[in-house]
Design a protein around this ligand. Structure first.
Ligand code: NBP
Length: 481
């Protein structure tokens, strides 16, 4: 119901798919919501279609919008990330007063959020960068929400955001993440993990199709079965549904008529760029981003058709065993992807002094968001037992899960290589695991080479200090201060 004089508890500006659904979610939870969009048509379309969802206040100008809000004012921005967000923030800040709260629920780059928070704080405004996951369905029925920003603003905002978020065992999928850009940072890493998870599922599908010769309907059944075990997750569930879908025009499985070139909006790329800066090896996420890029290199791929494969091995004959091997490889690789993502979160927390709590993130990612999965309960438990875990892989539950899976994992990667089926994320995750557990890495040789050509020095295994060999002299070793 639209009303012209109600005082709204929150305003939403940006009423495309995400903003409309969050506004409806808020109204359904009993909040009076002021509505604003750059073009009024979207505001009216929302009111026409869903005005009965609750109490809305229709506004046209920013002044009208801000004037409709209770103080301290709370405004949620849901516009396109980047310049549009800056433009809207500037306009709002001009109309708001010290103590008011601006929440950016878009997919902002966390460094932009750090900058915006500082600029708004200088004007006395509270700025909250909130990562929101769950797509349009989540926005309407309960997303996972990752709000950063000043702790004080969460006192006023928290109950409202928690009420519209997803719940798991009665626990809201929303918590205060930390200062300034931390909410958008963890949302970015969440999306990076999502990329890795999707790539791993894609590789499992590829092997089931090309190594075992299964059709889409049979593979859908495999994924449905997997979804009742430890792999239970939103992404595995929707994979089965996508594979079951039949194209109305051709009668073929839809997946067989979709062009095999994956696109990306950028959050995976941001995750990898940030990981490079932080020096965190998120190999699974990086492979997933590159795999999308390679799939999209359509001209190159076309030109490369017919390149030699070399002699290929026979396909596995024990379908049940190899299917189980793939399931185990998927589970182990997925653990690696999450472990790497959590490493990046720990590194970001240290770099920006955010004091992030990984167990809290595992808790709020259990529902609402795209990477929601049964095993996030296990991650939550692992961090409850040891908040300072050096790697998720070292938590007893995951250590045992990988120990159980590792033979299958090796068989899958070896078989894929012998059959010429690309499995970049499975293979790099296994290599990461082997590197992590290796007693001695070839990095000693790398250090020797660096010292040879650049006098970069090295450390010794048997005594403290930095050393350099006089490679172009008499090749004796000197101690370097
Ligand atoms: P879009 O990202 O497509 O943005 C469209 C909205 O931005 C419209 O309301 C549009 O107003 C407004 N806008 C633009 Br474009 N430029 C503007 C400007 N200069 N000034 C004011 N408003 C402007 O919408 P969305 O897909 O609903 O996503 C909203 C945010 O949520 C984005 O940051 C997105 O990354 C994030 N997000 C999306 C999803 C998802 O699943 N789609 C999930 C999680 C987060 P107009 O109607 O006047 O053109």
């Amino acid at each position: 119901m639209a009303s012209s004089n109600a005082i709204a508890q929150i305003g939403v500006t940006g009423l495309a798919v995400m903003g409309s659904n969050i506004a409806r979610n808020l109204a359904r939870h009993g909040y009076t919501v002021a509505l604003h969009n750059r073009s009024v048509a979207k505001t009216d379309a929302l009111l026409d279609a869903h005005g009965d969802d609750g109490e809305f206040v229709r506004t046209e100008t920013i002044e009208e919008f801000v004037g409709a809000l209770e103080k301290p004012r709370r405004v949620l921005i849901m516009v396109k990330a980047g310049d549009a967000t800056d433009a809207v923030i500037e306009e709002l800040a001009g109309a708001m007063e010290p103590g008011d709260i601006i929440i950016d629920g878009g997919n902002a780059l966390y460094t932009d959020t750090i900058r915006r928070e500082a600029a708004m704080a200088a004007r006395g405004l509270n700025f909250v960068g909130a990562g929101i996951s769950g797509g349009e369905e989540g926005a309407l029925n309960g997303p996972a929400i990752m709000p950063g920003g000043p702790k004080e603003s969460y006192e006023s905002l928290g109950p409202l955001l928690e009420s519209i978020s997803a719940k798991v065992d009665g626990v809201p999928c929303c918590t205060h993440i930390g200062p300034d850009g931390s909410g958008h940072f963890v949302k970015m890493v969440h999306n990076g993990i999502e990329y890795a998870d999707m790539q791993l599922i894609g590789e499992a599908y590829h092997l089931l199709r090309d190594a075992l010769g299964l059709g889409a309907a049979q593979i859908a059944e495999v994924f449905t079965g997997w979804n009742s075990g430890e792999l239970e997750s939103y992404l595995v569930e929707i994979t089965a549904q996508v594979l079951e879908q039949i194209d109305a025009e051709t009668g073929k499985p839809l997946v067989d008529v979709i062009v095999d070139a994956a696109e990306q909006k950028g959050t995976g790329r941001w995750t990898v760029k940030s990981a490079l800066d932080l020096g965190v090896p998120v190999t699974g996420i990086a492979e997933a981003v590159f795999a999308r890029a390679l799939s999209g290199s359509r001209a190159q791929r076309k030109a490369a058709q017919g390149l030699a494969s070399g002699t290929l091995a026979e396909k596995p004959t024990d379908v049940a065993q190899f299917t189980e091997d793939i399931r185990q490889a998927l589970y182990a690789s997925k653990i690696v992807a999450y472990a790497q993502g959590f490493d990046q979160i720990a590194a970001g927390s240290a770099e920006y002094d955010w004091d992030l709590h990984p167990g809290d993130l595992a808790t709020i990612w259990r529902g609402g968001c795209i990477i929601r999965a049964r095993f996030l309960n296990r991650i939550k438990e692992a961090y409850e037992v040891d908040p300072g875990l050096p790697s998720l892989i070292l938590a007893p539950y995951f250590r045992e899960a990988i120990e159980h899976a590792v033979d299958s994992w090796r068989r899958v990667v070896a078989t894929a290589v012998q059959l010429g089926i690309p499995v970049p994320a499975f293979a790099s995750s296994l290599s990461y695991y082997d590197a992590l557990r290796a007693e001695r890495l070839p990095a000693a040789l790398t250090q020797g080479q660096r010292d040879f050509f650049g006098a970069h020095t090295y450390e010794r295994v048997d005594r403290e200090g930095k050393f350099h060999t006089l490679w172009s002299g008499d090749r004796t070793e000197v101690s370097v201060e």
